[in-house]
Design a protein around this ligand. Sequence first.
Ligand SMILES: Nc1ncnc2c1ncn2[C@@H]1O[C@H](COP(=O)(O)OP(=O)(O)OP(=O)(O)O)[C@@H](O)[C@H]1O
Length: 382
Amino acid sequence: MKKVLCCFKGESSGTNNNGDEEDPQRPFGDNEFLNNAWLNNLDIPDDRLPPEPPHLSPPRLPHVILQWQEILDGTQNLNDTNLLGEGNFGQVYRCNLPSLDKVGAAKFQKIGNAEAETEFMAETTTLTRANHPNVVNLLGECVTPDHRVIVYQFMPRGSLDHHLYADTRPAPGLQQHGRTVLSWERRMNIALGVAEALIYLHDELKTVHRDLKVANVLLDEDFVPKLTDFGLATRMVYDANGVEKESEIDPIKGTPGCIAPETEESGLVSSKSDVYSYGVFLLTLFTGRKAFDRARPVASRKINDWLMSALGREEYLPIVLDISLGNTFSAEGLNRLFQAARMCMDPNVLVRPTMRVVETMVREAAAYDAVTLPLVQRRDLV
Ligand SMILES: Nc1ncnc2c1ncn2[C@@H]1O[C@H](COP(=O)(O)OP(=O)(O)OP(=O)(O)O)[C@@H](O)[C@H]1O
């Protein structure tokens, strides 16, 4: 007997047998038995489960082994003017690569640190298999006894958090563009692009990202989002019948406010953990608030709790919306979007929709025409 965790990855096509859009209440299309079991969290006899879906494994993409001297030359000996930012495990520099006729972003990983080595492996293993317009490209890597460097394609507008939060300033190497106002339309395109990246990751690479947040989404020249930072990425796990099951990770890692409750509390991970983080991502993207903020009252430090307290108020939109969104947006579109975010953040893993279903909901929200509203006074919650 098995519990149906979520949808069968190979069958999640976004449309049912009639070609209609997938219904969150009927993720198994015409199969009433499985729909009912999924919704009611019932045990399923093994012989009623579908066979394991084919595990696609896209070919490795060509990326190159770079020499340490190329990295030094490309970053002008790690010159500060090329600094793009700093993560937990090291700095990131803009790096010219004339041999590839490309500009890269070289991420230096700590040496001799077991955690950093594991993340380096997860990152390179996942990115060498990935090929999607909303996933950052791996250009090359440089491994010497003293250095571990991953080189990605350079994203001229840096990470999304720089554009959302006033206190995260771009480093010298990214100051060419600076901070930009993200319009309603741009945010919708970013939300959709990131949803596409997660669908690709789950359905084709059979991988859970595990650390989706605005800091891990980069923007290219045209504000096309690229998912990055695959250091925590984990392969999805299936039972003998091809049903995805939760895997246990140890140690528990993730970002406060973005990490799914079952991961934070019990170390359980599945594609639904990314769905939870995507709900948080939508809220942060459209409210311009942090996923977790110690400056907020204790009961609303997590963005989910903060939004819940705002939703109860009359005319909540002026309270919650990011002031830099301006006055052009669709109130109905936003209501739909927040509804989708709430479904993503359902504490019950079984009730959370798949990314394909979520993407359909976001697309519907995006279809509402934005209108320019009279100026309203944006307020902060106290
Ligand atoms: N491909 C890239 N193009 C341009 N800038 C980049 C690129 N990759 C990273 N950066 C910049 O470097 C900064 C640090 O990136 P990094 O992925 O190391 O750290 P992080 O996600 O902030 O932290 P961590 O993953 O360690 O928690 C980012 O905030 C971004 O501004």
